[in-house]
Structure formats: structure tokens, C-alpha cells
Design a protein around this ligand. Structure first.
Ligand SMILES: Nc1ncnc2c1ncn2[C@@H]1O[C@H](COP(=O)(O)OP(=O)(O)OP(=O)(O)O)[C@@H](O)[C@H]1O
Ligand SMILES: [Mg+2]
Length: 361
């Protein structure tokens, strides 16, 4: 098993600075997702690791070995692309064997290696079929098999599930988790789908505009987002971000609209002086409807079955709340609400940086 290090890595395409300065250390055996919106530099990062792009500056190391000048074929990595790129005229078994053939692995070894991979991915009954005789999910498994057959040290996957329907994606997610558990290989996975990143990763690298925003476990990213970008990017429905005030008078108070809520001072890293304007982050599960000092008007109730997504208007500020699927609430009604104090997120109004006391340096 090997680790992967991006050390002050920069990538410039002509006038476009795709990656200004990336520092990222992926531990051996991790499943790390590069997560962020379109154009944030995920594929560029992965392609530099694969050797398909040359960094403009800095160093990439795989297992302590600098690889900037190492050809893709010499890096002991395998990459699975979004388009499976299977050879249509070859059978499944020939597709899987192709990397072995290309690398001059003796033919006598092929059957055992193909069998190991096809057992792992349950491709046994499909080995003689051509790609066009397979479903999307089966084709995806063959593409994975082709990457696995060489037993590389690091797997790189660029949005490998994006062509699949929702049900198949969920299925492949659990297969990939299981695969990672069994192989214990370092995997780097590119996605813009936060659910994929949250469910599969040991750690998530959230990127925005070429810059790494936060690198942490799914729980850290969800519970302690370092800034408003990470806060709003992770979670469905999204975290509500609203302007509010902190008042340090008789103890600490949060003023949201016209309501004052008592806030334990221990929640904040620094005690604000006087009144300070902040951005308050509230996840939909942390507003309690039906009791409390807050009052809001219900704007919209969207039942999804097991829960309803309720849009509140709090003195002109919109907030999203989860409620029971069979909630009796109706739009236009006035409702009392409370906030789970220890679950609130406080951000600097200007910079968007986290102000909670759990903020790590
Ligand atoms: N060959 C290139 N020439 C010029 N600009 C490029 C090139 N490749 C990427 N870029 C730019 O670099 C930035 C990052 O692109 P990249 O493909 O890494 O994004 P991404 O995060 O993978 O996005 P997506 O989710 O849409 O795949 C974008 O602004 C893109 O336009
Ligand atoms: Mg991409």
C-alpha cells in the first residue's frame, strides 16, 4: 500500500490557473474523494496524479517516490474513466485481459487473473459477451475489472458512476465500498455528488475554484464545515445560511429576525464584543417545529414520503426544515420553532470562516 502526496502543486493552462497551490496528503489505503462543483479542478488533479498532465509547479509523490517525470505506465496506478471506454469488438474476458497483454504478462497467467477479478466483480457468467450485450452497470464492472486485473497500488476513478441510473448508482456505491474494504488499496475518487463522497470515503477533499477548502472525514465535513462554501455544498437539503447577530450583553444571545435565543458561550471560539453580524448556519434537522420562542410563517410544505421538507419564512429570512412525512403543517400557517443550540454553525459575515469553538487550526 502506498500514500499519495501533492506538495505545493500548481497547474496552469495558458491564462487559466486551474490549481493555484495544492497541498494534500492521502494516507496509504485510504478512499479519498475529490469533491466540488464543475470546473473546480478535480479531473485536473486526478490527471496529474495519473501522469496524463504535467504539473506546472510543485511535486507529486506516490509512495514517497516523486513521480513528476515518471510516465503514466510506470506509476503503478490504474484509472477508471467516466466513459468506460471498453473495446466493443472484444469480449468481456478479452477486455479484462487487455492490460495484461499490453504489459507482456505471460499468457499462461491470464486465466487465473481473469478468474480472480471476475469472481470479485461477479462477472463469471458474462465473460464471453461483448460490451453491447451488457447493461450499464455490468459495463461499469468490466471497466473496474480491467483496472483491477493489474493489481495496481493506487486506483483513480473519475466520476465512474455518473452514467448509471439512481438505483444502480446506489448498488455500485456499496460494491465500491466493499471492494475497497477487501483490497485495502489507496483509492482516489472524483465526484461532484456529495452523497457518493459522504457514503464511500474515508476522507473527503472539498475543492472550490482550484483551492482545497477542507480535507476531513465525512463526519468532520458535515459537522464542522470550515467555511460557508463547504457548509452549503454538503447536505441535502442544503444548510440554511442566514444573516444574524450575536449580542454579548447579559450572556450571549443570538438575534435571528426579531427573536433572541440564549447561546452557551462555550459554542464560540471567541466571545464577540458588543454586537456582531454573523452568518448563521442551520441544518434542516436542527430546527424544531411546534415549540420555542421563534415564530415563522410556513411558505411551502414538500412531502417526499418519509419526511416533508418545510420552507419557513423567519422575518423575511428563508429557512429549510425537515418535518415528519405526515406533518399537519400547511403553508400560510404561523408556527413556533426552536433551534438545537449545540448544532448551530457560526461563520464570519465577511470571510465566511467558521467561528465555532470546535474550529481546528
Ligand atoms: N486543457 C485545458 N486547457 C485549458 N483549461 C483547462 C484545460 N483542462 C481544464 N481546464 C480548466 O481548468 C479548470 C478545472 O477543470 P477540471 O476539468 O479539472 O474541472 P472538474 O472539477 O473536473 O469539473 P467537472 O466536474 O465539470 O468535470 C476549469 O476552469 C477548466 O476550464
Ligand atoms: Mg471532471
Amino acid at each position: 500500500m502506498v500514500n499519495v502526496v501533492f506538495d505545493k502543486v500548481q497547474k496552469v493552462f495558458g491564462p487559466v490557473v486551474a490549481i493555484p497551490d495544492l497541498n494534500l496528503e492521502i494516507a496509504s489505503g485510504e478512499f479519498v474523494s475529490l469533491l466540488g462543483p464543475s470546473g473546480c479542478g478535480k479531473t485536473t488533479t486526478l490527471r496529474m496524479l495519473a501522469g496524463l498532465e504535467q504539473p506546472t509547479g510543485g511535486q507529486i509523490r506516490i509512495g514517497e517516490r516523486p513521480v513528476n517525470n515518471v510516465a503514466p505506465g510506470e506509476r503503478d496506478i490504474a484509472m477508471v474513466f467516466q466513459s468506460y471506454a471498453l473495446y466493443p469488438h472484444m469480449s468481456v474476458s478479452q477486455n479484462i485481459a487487455y492490460p495484461l497483454k499490453k504489459r507482456g504478462v505471460p499468457k499462461s497467467e491470464h486465466p487465473a487473473r481473469i478468474k480472480a477479478v471476475s469472481d470479485l466483480l461477479q462477472l463469471g457468467p458474462l465473460l464471453e459477451r461483448k460490451p453491447k450485450q451488457l447493461s450499464g452497470g455490468q459495463q461499469q464492472r468490466v471497466a473496474l475489472g480491467r483496472a483491477l486485473v493489474r493489481d495496481p497500488k493506487v486506483f483513480l476513478l473519475d466520476e465512474p458512476l455518473s452514467n448509471l441510473d439512481a438505483k444502480l448508482r446506489a448498488h455500485m456505491r456499496s460494491e465500491l465500498i466493499e471492494l475497497h474494504r477487501r483490497l485495502g488499496r489507496t483509492m482516489v475518487y472524483v465526484t461532484h455528488d456529495q452523497l457518493e463522497a459522504m457514503t464511500m470515503s474515508t476522507r473527503i477533499a472539498v475543492m472550490h475554484g482550484g483551492n482545497l477548502q477542507q480535507f476531513g472525514t465525512p463526519s468532520e465535513i458535515y459537522n464542522r464545515p470550515v467555511n460557508t462554501f463547504v457548509a452549503s455544498f454538503i447536505g441535502t437539503p442544503s444548510m440554511t445560511l442566514v444573516e444574524a447577530e450575536l449580542l454579548a450583553e447579559n450572556g450571549l444571545k443570538l438575534k435571528l429576525g426579531s427573536t433572541l435565543f440564549d447561546i452557551p458561550e462555550a459554542l464560540l471560539a471567541r466571545r464577540p464584543s458588543g454586537t456582531s453580524r454573523i452568518t448563521l448556519g442551520i441544518r434542516p434537522e436542527n430546527i424544531i417545529l411546534g415549540s420555542g420562542d421563534g415564530t415563522a410563517t410556513i411558505r411551502l410544505v414538500e412531502p417526499t414520503g418519509h419526511e416533508s421538507i418545510v420552507t419557513l419564512d423567519i422575518d423575511g429570512r428563508q429557512a429549510i426544515v425537515r418535518a415528519a412525512g405526515d406533518t399537519p403543517l400547511r403553508s400560510g400557517e404561523t408556527v413556533h420553532f426552536d433551534l438545537r443550540r449545540d448544532r448551530l454553525h457560526f461563520f464570519d459575515h465577511g470571510s465566511g470562516q467558521r467561528l465555532n469553538s470546535d474550529t481546528q487550526a
